[in-house]
Ligand binder design. Structure first.
Ligand code: C2E
Ligand code: MG
Ligand code: MG
Length: 729
């Protein structure tokens, strides 16, 4: 339906239509019922490249890109049946064959109820389509990269994409390794076979010029460089002889950020004018450099995920992967072995503490570099964290592995000079073997770790191979250590008390508090087993405070219950002894529990008094508090009574081992009696430990030993039982 002003007559209406047709921004056309052009405006001439005269001899189908034949003809048919259509199609421009994307409107030419032809407009949407394709292509490729699609697949897609994007222009993508060997070559199916063959034969490397050369040499290459770099000339000539007008390439990096090859693209200009071609190339270059950038970023992220930031060495994750791969590649049936080493720098903490963390970090870097050099390419060397490193040796034997470990120790024997300071560092190395010591990385590493601890125990600066027996002990120790940490809060400790009997009066004079630990996982653990661990970890300080307080509270109760005069002996460990707040802690506990100091006896061992000066100061301060001091396990340490003169000591406890055989062994008897005599001369009272028989007791009494404790009287027992104790008459 047409609406008109009444003053426009039918002639002027024709003019309106004609003007609309001729001067339209879009291409306008009319077709007869067979699809032959009957009208063709100026814009249509521009878009198609055909003149008006030429077009009037043409059918619209001859303009179409073959991919759009069917669809476009369907739309045409519908219009001839009286419908209006709006659709997209692609035509080929005259001569250049360049593709032009069009948005078409087509309506029937109606006379009465009869359709006589088709009239319509066409808008050139090529630019919009190209942009869309570029964005889609980028998105597609970026998505693939983000998903971690293998490089080769991404390349395949780029080939397809570029091919479409450049409207059928030839395209090839190639990756070559350092030696110029072609690793991957994706190329458009429309590329002449001769081209591929020729490229195959072109060496890529610094001596022979090729497209990859510049990238290989890490020169920055832009499209305009082509032809100016002599190294490119040879290849360019070849490319030109196959109708290729431009090429582009970029380096490809491996995990270690080294150039391992090149990634290149070659375009043909045969189907488009040079100017347009260069634009496409520019876009394609932008796109592919984006791809490369993303690859590099991804590689960097991958690198960081698998390498240690400080030393650049493989990290634990990569190491584990390599070990897994190595295990798979080891032919156990042929007797092949793998060796895993665990390496821990000795006293590295001292370096950090005394020289600072920045020197510590430098030392770690220097040590890594030196070891990388020493180990060569045959080994995987990784940093686990801190000053711990691991090494994987493949296809090796126990002997070879030992030789490598020795070489590591020798290598580190030379001092490092860091910021003018000579730093000497040694290392302890533990090793485990596959398949002998375990089947997987976790087990092998933990066993190498156990062996490393053994090396530390052996005095450091040495290596040890894994040994099952050591492992069992180490495991138990670890378990005890873990459980011990929670024992206090879980209330797992208890004190037992062993009576101490005055041998002159035959009276109970005191009790020795002895700790007991019952743990769900470890069972009853003897103090001989867990006290050294508590010492090592420092937990003894807290445990010791608990023991003192518990024992004194108990003593206070006994005093109140009528056992006045009873003393309490409490064992002190060396770590506690040297705690700066020891004196305060003891005096506070005495005050808190309301026990007079004279009823407390502190038991220390000879080994604690090695530092005679300090020990003497501490002991004098203790004495000032008013407590008694006892030397426990006497005879097992220095056995020198002379230095005891310097200490304010009250009692000597003769170790059980001297008491055990005193009735059968004359020399043991002599030792015991000599100790008693000398102690008496020094004004000390003597307590015999571990008295089990009447014979031992009689002999001790004979030699005027002052007191005794042992199974003969009672084992250490819980408090409830202790109060029922009666000295046998
Ligand atoms: P110790 O202080 O020399 O304690 C004497 C040890 O000899 C106790 O072993 C006791 O049960 C045992 N004993 C006593 N009479 C006899 C006997 O007639 N025959 C035999 N065969 N053994 C006897 P226990 O309780 O296993 O303690 C071992 C060591 O653990 C103690 O030796 C002491 O050094 C340490 N210890 C125990 N409790 C504590 C504590 O609370 N703190 C600290 N720091 N060390 C403790
Ligand atoms: Mg003791
Ligand atoms: Mg003892």
């Amino acid at each position: 339906m047409i609406f008109m002003q009444p003053n426009i007559n039918s002639n002027s209406l024709k003019e309106v239509y004609k003007s609309l047709f001729d001067f339209n921004h879009d291409a306008c056309y009319a077709l007869d019922m067979d699809g032959n052009f009957t009208l063709f405006n100026e814009e249509a001439v521009k878009i198609t490249g055909y003149s008006a005269e030429e077009s009037l001899k043409m059918n619209f189908v001859s303009l179409l890109h073959e991919d759009y034949f069917e669809d476009t003809i369907q739309h045409f048919k519908r219009v001839t049946q009286g419908h209006r259509e709006r659709f997209e199609t692609t035509i080929l421009k005259k001569d250049s064959g360049e593709q032009v994307h069009l948005l078409l409107t087509a309506v029937p030419i109606m006379v009465g109820r009869k359709v006589l032809g088709v009239v319509g407009c066409a808008q050139d949407i090529t630019k919009k389509k190209e942009l869309e394709a570029l964005l889609n292509g980028q998105n597609l490729i970026l998505k693939m990269i983000a998903k971690g699609t293998p490089f080769s697949e991404v390349l395949d897609r780029i080939v397809l994409f570029i091919e479409r994007f450049t409207h059928g222009a030839l395209c090839s993508i190639m990756i070559a390794d350092k030696e110029g060997k072609r690793l991957l070559h994706g190329s458009s199916p429309s590329l002449p076979a001769a081209y591929n063959e020729a490229v195959d034969g072109v060496p890529i490397g610094p001596s022979a010029g090729s497209c990859g050369t510049a990238a290989y040499l890490r020169r920055s290459v832009t499209v305009t460089d082509i032809g100016t770099d002599p190294l490119w000339k040879e290849y360019r000539d070849l490319a030109l002889s196959y109708g290729l007008q431009a090429c582009w390439s970029s380096p490809v990096f491996d995990d270690d950020q080294r150039v391992v090859g090149t990634f290149g693209m070659y375009y043909s200009g045969t189907t488009s004018p040079r100017e347009k071609d260069m634009k496409i190339i520019q876009k394609a270059t932008d796109l592919t450099s984006l791809v490369i950038q993303h690859y590099q970023a991804k590689e960097k992220i991958d690198f960081m995920a698998y390498h240690d930031a400080l030393t650049g060495l493989p990290n634990r994750r990569l190491f584990d992967k390599r070990v897994e791969a190595a295990i798979d590649g080891t032919n156990v049936n042929e007797g092949e072995k793998l060796c895993l080493m665990f390496l821990d720098l000795d006293r590295f903490k001292n370096v950090n503490d005394s020289l600072g963390h920045s020197i510590g970090d430098k030392l770690l870097m220097y040590v890594s570099a030196k070891l990388v050099n020493c180990l060569g390419d045959g080994a995987t060397f990784s940093r686990q964290g801190g000053d711990e490193f691991t090494i994987l040796l493949e296809h090796t034997t126990k002997e070879e592995a030992r030789a490598v470990a020795q070489k590591i120790l020798d290598t580190l024997a030379e001092p490092f000079v860091i910021e003018g300071t000579d730093i000497f560092i040694t290392t302890s190395v533990g090793m485990s073997l596959y398949p002998d010591d375990g089947e997987d990385v976790g087990v092998l590493l933990s066993k190498a770790d156990v062996a490393m601890y053994q090396a530390k125990k052996q005095g450091r600066n040495n290596f040890q191979t894994y040994d099952v027996l050591l492992d069992k002990k180490a495991f138990e120790k670890l378990q005890i250590e873990n459980e011990l940490r929670k024992a206090l809060e879980r209330n797992e400790f208890e004190l037992n008390y062993q009576p101490i009997i005055n041998l002159c009066t035959n009276n109970l004079t005191g009790a020795e508090a002895l700790i007991r630990w019952n743990n769900e996982k470890c069972g009853n653990v003897s103090p001989q087993q867990f006290i050294p661990i508590a010492e090592e970890t420092g937990m003894i300080v807290e445990i010791g405070e608990w023991v003192l307080k518990t024992a004194l509270l108990q003593l206070k109760n006994w005093h109140l219950d009528g056992m006045a005069g009873l003393t309490m002996s409490v064992n002190l460990s060396i770590r506690q002894f040297y705690q700066p707040n020891l004196i305060k802690m003891i005096s506070d506990t005495l005050v808190e529990t309301g026990v007079e100091p004279r009823f407390l006896t502190i038991e220390i061992t000879e080994s604690m008094t090695m530092d005679v000066e300090t020990a003497s100061v501490i002991l004098h301060e203790l004495k000032k508090l008013g407590v008694n001091i006892s030397i426990d396990d006497f005879g097992t340490g220095y056995s020198s009574l002379s230095y005891l003169k310097r200490f304010p000591i009250d009692h000597l406890k003769i170790d059980r081992c001297f008491i055990r055989d005193i009735t059968d062994n004359k020399s043991d008897e002599n030792i015991a009696t000599t100790i008693i005599l000398m102690a008496h001369n020094l004004g000390l009272s003597v307590i015999a430990e571990g008295v089990e028989t009447e014979g031992q007791l009689q002999l001790l009494k004979q030699h005027r030993c002052n007191a005794a404790q042992g199974y003969l009287f009672s084992k250490p027992v819980p408090a409830e039982e202790f109060i029922t104790f009666k000295v046998p008459s």
